[in-house]
Design a protein around this ligand. Structure first.
Ligand code: NAP
Length: 314
């Protein structure tokens, strides 16, 4: 008899159904079903759940949970909730997601590097005005966060010829990349940055990290790409830095409030490009295979996959 594993998430019904079908297709040993359809006996027997932005109240219906497989890469909302801290939280780490993110980082870095926002403005005024071409090796891109996503982004940017640096919490070695870490490293990398790419998890340490003081330490004319979480940036401080011409342009995929409210200044700001949280969408086919693999390995071996670290926050 395959184990019955509850699925719970605040997602559209059709999306829930797609996840359930995809994971059931890939798993040899379990059957995933919506938590609301499980019997009381199945809920009591469940030691794993698959979750996508779960309602903590639903998880409390599963008193014997040992671990949850999140279908999202960021786990900050789960850690911020009141779910039992003894439950291991396994986040989604999918090489396909990292590839999509690396592609997005390259695409929007090129957008800034090749002055596309400025050419758009010129076109709107029928202005024929070539700007000087900067070579990629003269463009310094700093990637903040050198995890699963940041590391692949660094490599993709390097392949395009950019001069790439990276910053992380702990010391890191990446071939031919100058890396920095901690507070001291942050002070060193900021002045060397033409484009700041943010790929940090949201934690108490990274929340509001990109504030007025940090923007001031970036060179005048530099740009910012935030593909991580909205709250890593103080939005009003970014606006001020753009409005006083210190920061040139910001590409934002994530916001303090999502969807971005229609009345928000960002929508119409000429120095801001707004994206609707699309830099690296989860690919259900590959992510479902990874989640199913994790569950099947646990059922056969009893080994819980590597979990996010609650003390670190990611
Ligand atoms: P990850 O593998 O956990 O890597 C996080 C990186 O950030 C690590 O290099 C870590 O340093 C560094 N870091 C964490 N706290 C830090 C601090 N206080 N100071 C300096 N560096 C710090 O995460 P990931 O898989 O690359 O994902 C990063 C984030 O991207 C996710 O948490 C999620 O919020 C976001 N995301 C966005 C989208 C989207 O579509 N926009 C999609 C997926 C994910 P160490 O290496 O020293 O640990």
């Amino acid at each position: 008899m395959p184990a019955v594993i509850p699925f719970t998430g605040q997602v559209e019904n059709h999306e829930q159904q797609e996840w359930i079908e995809a994971i059931n297709k890939h798993s040899q040993l379990c059957t995933l079903a919506p938590i609301d359809q499980l019997s009381q006996a199945d809920r009591l027997a469940a030691d794993i759940a698959v979750v996508a932005n779960p309602d903590p109240a639903k998880l409390k219906l599963l008193p014997n949970l040992k671990w949850i497989q999140s279908l999202w890469a960021g786990v900050e909302t789960i850690f911020a909730s009141d779910i039992n801290p003894d439950i291991n939280v396994v986040r989604l780490t999918d090489p396909q997601l990292a590839d999509s993110m690396a592609e997005a980082v390259l695409a929007w870095s090129l957008y800034l590097h090749r002055d596309m926002p400025q050419y758009r403005r010129q076109q709107s005024k029928a202005q024929w005005r070539p700007l000087p071409l900067e070579l990629p090796q003269d463009c310094n891109i700093s990637v903040f966060g050198l995890g699963k996503l940041g590391t692949k982004a660094v490599i993709r940017l390097q392949e395009n010829g950019f001069t790439v640096r990276g910053w992380s919490r702990s010391d890191k070695t990446i071939n031919h990349v100058e890396t920095f870490h901690g507070d001291c490293g942050l002070r060193q990398i900021l002045p060397l940055t033409d484009i700041a790419v943010i790929l940090l998890p949201l934690t108490p340490q990274t929340e509001n990290l990109f504030d007025a003081a940090l923007f001031q330490n970036l060179p005048k004319g530099s740009s910012v790409i935030n593909f991580a979480r909205g709250r890593v940036i103080v939005e009003n401080d970014l606006l001020a830095a753009l409005d006083n011409d210190h920061i040139n342009h910001a590409v934002l995929d994530v916001f303090v409030q999502e969807p971005l409210p229609v009345e928000h200044t960002f929508w119409t700001h000429e120095k801001i490009t707004v994206l609707p949280h699309i830099s690296a969408p989860t690919t259900i086919a590959t992510a479902a295979a990874i989640a199913a693999g994790n569950i099947d390995r646990y059922i056969t071996s009893g080994v819980i996959p590597d979990a996010a670290d609650r003390a670190r926050g990611y």
